[in-house]
Ligand binder design. Sequence first.
Ligand SMILES: [Zn+2]
Length: 124
Amino acid sequence: MRDLSDYCCQNSECSDYGKRGGEKLNWNGWSGKGKQIRMIYCRTCKRSFSERKGTALFESRLPEEEALGILHHLSEGCGIRHTGRLTHHSKDTVNRYAKVSGKHAKAAHDELVSFSPEYERGPV
Ligand SMILES: [Zn+2]
């Protein structure tokens, strides 16, 4: 289970939006089927959001272990149908997770890589 310091406010209109550290955040109950997803409350903007908001698992209907199992198989290079057979989910479910995680990975890549120092390449 992750610590509050790993999270940040997800309200784009909040002055603490995107600031990690958790100083202005509190745990605020549970959501989801079986109450397995924690809710986080921002004391700055007084809004609550799911701990999954801003992640590839946001609005996921599967338990975390199953969703991560699908993503793990995909990251290891398994195809959609192969992953579906191994994880006992339909190819449509696997395809949906592939699309969502792909968009999330692209956004993370664009944010992280765009601020990386330039790679200095020597003569070829
Ligand atoms: Zn906030």
